[in-house]
Each structure stands twice: as structure tokens, then as C-alpha cells.
Design a binder for this molecule. Sequence first.
Ligand SMILES: [Zn+2]
Length: 439
Amino acid sequence: MADQKAFRASILHCLGNPGDHDDPAQVEYFADGLLLVEDGHVAALGETQNMLPGLSADTELTDYTGNLIVPGFIDCHVHFSQVDIIGSYGEQLLDWLERYAYPAEEAFAEAEHADAVAEFFVDELLRNGTTTALVFPTVHPQSVDAIFKAADKRGMRLLSGKVLMDENCPQALRDDAESAYTQSLQLLEKWHGRNRLRYAITPRFAVTSSEAQLKAAGKLAAEFPDVHVHTHLAEHLDEVDLIAKKFPWSRSYLDVYEQTGLVRERSVFAHCLHLDDTDRQRMAELGAAIAFCPTSNLFLGSGLFDLRSARDRGIRVGVGTDVGGGTSLNMLRTLSEAYKVLHLQGQSMPGFKALYLATLGAANALYLDDRIGNFLTGKEADFVVLNYDASSIAKRRLKRTRDIAEKLFALVTLGDDRSISAVHLLGERARSGHQSTSI
Ligand SMILES: [Zn+2]
């Protein structure tokens, strides 16, 4: 007998990319909707009045009337090892790494520390409505075990993999080309495909990997085309200059990754602020994706991401919080900053497009849109219940909105973790790993 659950609320999801003008044909909205979930997957979606009479007597009905259900948020780039240094003052990328990030990451040599931070981090993601994330751990294999264990315990979809770095970083954080390959392979075989987990081959960036190590990572990427590749690209101009000197044979920073076999489908590159049109064309042709990380780009003073040029070329783009260079794990706050980054460049991001970037667009960037990202029948029922009354000013403003597009944009602009009423994974209410309390 199938386990059936029904959820009543206003329900909104994307069917495609709503673009710069909130194309209403690309979203589906039910003011009084019902989401029917069977064995953790979407079974049906529609108007409550049409669906209620057909529900079987043993279907468990949860009434979230007054709230808005949207698909779970997808964070395309975040570092769990950096939660303890979020909001560290005053540096730009390369100095910030030396001063704050690397010392914090050294502590993950202790498995107990890695486990404790992973538990906290995954609870925080869920508490903020993020149900899928592509996560950087550290160079230590135990940090990979820690993050996968924490996600698996909660039934969360998560992608991660050992960080690879063998030069230009503290000795304590170095592996080498051979151990990068063998340890990644061991972890991949241990975790990839277990429940909702997927492996990502994760060279930190070309600054901290030798050419031999990048090639070893590329070899593994060719051997396992269904695993992801996750790294950073062209975040800061000083970094781009360093790469040009370090790899004098390269046409561009992207070219370093391309020549070492790391640009392909399921490759996700964080930032991509300083690309040229040839880079964009290659990324589109090869099926690679970009994680747009607005709070991090502003906080570290790195620059403004040109979303329009990426989309015009047909590159897949999702949004990343990039904590701890980023300043919040909350996707609403991140989208609000994305709006400002785009607005400064004369580009637009109305509410439906914001939702797309954090749900279906992100699922598309991760090649997971056959499983998550919206509420089409058969997809995994990960969703967030948003409330309109999270703060007195949000409550006041949202009462004065005329339609769902205006409501959603105001919610994105004013929302934060208080806007998340509940989070469901495969239809089940997400629970904290520490207590039996709901998230
Ligand atoms: Zn990052």
C-alpha cells in the first residue's frame, strides 16, 4: 500500500525559465493548491477543490493554508568547512584564504571536529530551506565522510568530494597528484550513488593544484562521467593574473581546466566573474555550469557576475551561497543580493526568475532536473513552506501586494530564515540531526 500525503497551501513552481520578464507560461501557481505525494515522490498537483474529493480516506492531509509551497532550494556552491569564519573582516580572495579559510580548514584533520561541524551545517541548510547542496569539504578524507554521513542521516540530497590541493597552500593541507586520485577514487566508490548522495571531484582551484594534479583529477573525471566536477574559476583579478603566470601555455583560466579534462557535463564552476566570450562559448558547448555567488562576490570585493552574457550563450547557471566568503546560507537573502548585482549592470531578476535560479535552473545546472527542481509528477518531493509574516515589515508589505509575482519578489527581498515555516524531504518533515525537533 503506497504511503500518500497531501499538502494544502498556495503552491508555485517553475516549468521552464521565466526569463527577464516573468513569462507566466513558465510557472504554475495555485492560490489554493494541493500537492499529493506518494512514496516520497510527486503524484499530483492541482486546485484543492478539484483534488480533495478524490483523495483516499487514509491520505494524511497537512494544511499549510496561508503559506506558499515552493520546491526546495538548491545551493550550487558552499563550503561546510567555513561556517566558523563567516563574516571575517577586511580581505580580498587570496589574502582571505591565507588569513581565515586555510587555518579553519586545518582543524578538519580531526574527524570529531569534522563530524560536529557537518552536523551543524546540514541542519542550518535545512533550516534555511535548502534541500540539495554541492558542498566543498576540506582536503581530509574524514571531512568527506562527515558531510556525507550528516546528509544521509537526514535523507538529504547532497553532492561533495575531497578537496584537492598540492601547492601554494599550507603544508598541512597538501596532498599530491597520486593521493588526490586514489583518495578521491576510494571516497567515490564508498559514497557515490548511496541513497541521495553523489560524488564531486573537487580540485580547489588551479592556483593550489599542480598541472599533474589537475590531470589526475581530469583522468578520474573521464573514467566516471556521471560524477560531478566542482571547482572555482575566475573569481578575482589577482587570481586570474596568477593563473596566467603559472600556466603560460593556457589561452585563459578556463583553458587550464579544459586542457586537463575538467570541463564537461556535470562540471560546476563557482564565480566566473572574469570570462571572455570564447570561454563562455566553450562552457556552453561542453555543457559546464556556473554557480553565481552574489553575497561572496560583494563581500570579498571580487566583482559583478554577468548573468546575461552567460545565459545568452546558453550556459547553465545556478546560485550558490559560498559561505564563508558568502554571508548567508539563506537562499532568499542570497537571491536578494543577486538582484542588486544584476541591477547594477542594467540586468533584471524579477521574482519568478529568482525562484528559477534557486530551484529548476539550479537543478538544470547540476543535471538533476529529471529528479528535483519542480513538482512535475514523479519528481522527488523536496519542498519549502514559506510564510509571508516573518517580520512585521514583511507582513505589512506583503499584505499590499496584488499578485503572486509581486508577492514573491517582496518575499525574496525581505525574507530570511524566519520566512521558512517548514521543510520537507521526500514528503517527510525534515528533522534536526541532534533532536527530534522539526526544522
Ligand atoms: Zn567557494
